[in-house]
Design a protein around this ligand. Sequence first.
Ligand SMILES: *Cc1c(COP(=O)(O)O)cnc(C)c1O
Length: 331
Amino acid sequence: MNELPRIRLGALPTPFEPLPRLSALFGVSLWVKRDDLTGLAFGGNKTRKLELLVADALATGAKTLVTAGAAQSNHCRQTAAAAARAGLGCRLVLATADGAPSPDASGNLLLDALLGARVAWCTRAARDATLASAFDESEAAGERPYLVPYGGSNARGAAAYALAFHELAAQCRAAGVEPDAVVFASSSAGTQAGLVAGARLAGARTRVIGISVDEPRDVLRERVALLACEVADLLGEPLAVPLAEVAVEDEWAAPGYGVAGDAEREAIELFARHEGLLLDPVYTGRAAAGLVGLLRRGTWEPGATVVFWHTGGSPALFASAYRDLWGAPRP
Ligand SMILES: *Cc1c(COP(=O)(O)O)cnc(C)c1O
């Protein structure tokens, strides 16, 4: 496998832990891969991708990272932190429903400011154009910008999750388990494409199941298959990835991006109250709702081994938009 240039941003390997009380509840052996603990400014899955992307930025002589996301983007917060760690500037383009700045700085947005990122605001529809003009402005100002793609999800960023699959496989061997499936939140396809490529390159029989957070199943599957091939090419191990082998579940995406409802709330409470494990309202709460749904419909035989890949996101728990999900503690 090709060695890709990489800088160290995360505390790796992240822990791989059993979930005994949730396992007892569902009759399946449940484990968690703790990428919420990558360690960079509250961690998350973008840290691994940024280890490769920032190495590339530094190799090309860039001085500023430019990227975009939603107002509560974990990707933008981790990019701002990675820029700080690497001694680079950071410009973020954040999208809101009406294009106006979010009225109060909470959750990830508070951290973006603390980390020193410059923020431009736009509507979702104007995101590509606003990102392009932020890049041009940065270039004109002599900042030597490097474009970090949405979600860090080009082949280079996604390759980090092919390497992460190997990390998990080694931990599984050490623990004497062979997962039947890994389940996680999937959105810009990078995490899933990397895991799909990693699993196939390792010859693992583990099913890689993405719970779509926002995209329709067919759109996301096609993106994953294409990107997984690009990852394998970049790693020097070309691979055919048949669409039929890419598993995406989209029924939990129906309420829309960032809308936390009863399914997310129930799943977040289950993980918190059985395992003391914190999920987030946008990504991992939805992925856990999908996992719980799949468990309840008997997707796996009793005794099967299923890994929930925790992708981070906890700062969004403190975003004002989600303040009323749980209310005050009960007396
Ligand atoms: C970005 C993100 C995801 C989705 O990862 P993709 O590689 O974009 O599919 C999942 N969970 C969290 C917490 C994220 O921030």
